[in-house]
Write a protein that binds this ligand. Sequence first.
Ligand code: G
Ligand code: G
Ligand code: MN
Ligand code: NA
Length: 254
Amino acid sequence: FQLLRQLRLGLASGEIVPHYQPLMDLRTGQIIGFEALARWQHPVDGLLLPAAFIDGLEEPDIAQALTGVMISGVIEDIAEWRKAGFATHVSVNVTAFDLRQPDFAEDLDAQLRAGGVESRQFTIEVTETTVLSRDTERISQTLSQLRQLGLSVSLDDFGTGFASLSHLLSLPADSLKIDRSFTRDVETNSKTRAIVRSVVTLAAALDLDVVAEGIETRAQLDALGALGCNIVQGYFVAEPMAGHDVMAFMRRST
Ligand code: G
Ligand code: G
Ligand code: MN
Ligand code: NA
């Protein structure tokens, strides 16, 4: 309970900030956007990763406060980058608690407008566990609304839960992210390759983009490219970085 109390205080006092990990298009080598990942700048313990505070996401008020802080932080960073003449795409992770709120899509749209961010610059990432928790109908509806407003929806950690593919693929989405557990051994395990190949085929048939996560080596990148997966994210491209380091990263990478 000590942690949850500290987390609530930290959220309220701006200690939790977005860091950014780039997504790269393999075909062009271009950085096509970033995933925002929460980092806690703890006054005593230093920079904490979500693993240290992920339990807090079971608490509805904390989960929603985190999403709020992340969304407003991303909007501020996008405005900062815009001053330097740089526009990019950012995806933000949200929870089932957020997507059950009837006004989530409308509120987010209003916030984006107020911050001068275009809806097509924004993606909402949801895990399969999130979308298949209770109130799936309500959650699907919110995702549809977001897409109608011009935002994109990405299915994170794809293939790690127990949902049927048909169920998952009927969700309103624009892309799916193949989990690190598959990309890790894609060059060495032919079964993993078969799974990735079939996910890529299904995604193409349903007009979904595919992002492979957790790419750490050139060999993994080449193996995924050969399987038709064109967008990659992982330490091989770059580790998550603070918002103020993104401009310098972009200058180095072009
Ligand atoms: O780098 P990484 O340790 O940042 O993230 C670990 C896990 O925490 C991932 O599953 C990621 O989806 C989740 N996560 C990171 N940032 C956020 C966030 O802002 N909101 C939510 N809900 N989950 C996040
Ligand atoms: O939202 P999601 O579960 O996809 O969050 C991505 C998580 O994976 C974050 O914790 C991020 O820091 C981490 N991550 C990103 N790239 C790599 C990578 O190449 N290798 C490993 N081991 N972890 C990564
Ligand atoms: Mn994610
Ligand atoms: Na993932």
